[in-house]
Design a protein. Sequence first.
Length: 180
Amino acid sequence: MMEVVVLRLGHRPERDKRVTTHVGLVARAFGASGMLLASKDVKIKNGVMEVAKRWGGNFYVEICENWRAEVRKWKTEGGKVCHLTMYGMNLPEVIEEIRKEAKRSKLLVVVGAEKVPAEVYKLADWNVAVGNQPHSEVAALAVFLDWLFGGDELHKKFEGGELEILPSARGKKVLKKAVD
Ligand SMILES: C[S@@+](CC[C@H](N)C(=O)[O-])C[C@H]1O[C@@H](n2cnc3c(N)ncnc32)[C@H](O)[C@@H]1O
């Protein structure tokens, strides 16, 4: 599977707690390897990591104090950067090119909160809109990852962990795994 990491910019601890947590949960559930959080909000990191521990897989969250340095390092290492913004090129026009590149190089997907600094638009290899209408970073990330992975991410196995859902047409079935 491709290596995709999400960079969450502009998180305001007092306002964005729930949305940033959802960015992390969507990143994990839709096939990303990890999330870099450009804010020293350890509570968000711990909350998402707690879910990851219970539900399995290797997803990680890292606090990234200097996101500019992180993006430059990512690019120096040969990684590509895709910034999700309603002002960008519409997803259907660019997804094939991005998918092709992401099979060769790791991909950093940047999502903002409020206003994203102008330099992000320049640093990005692609500025991509999930439709050119304003909506949400959570929705944009979910749709982008689903198009990138072509739906395969929904079959991803999350090894380890304590809980696993046994899909059922009605009711809730959850397997509690033996943990050593
Ligand atoms: C509350 S929105 C702010 C909208 C912002 N003015 C923009 O540049 O998209 C927060 C984040 O949601 C994401 N977002 C919102 N609408 C989007 C869209 N249509 N396509 C891609 N990303 C979008 C972007 O990552 C944005 O930084």
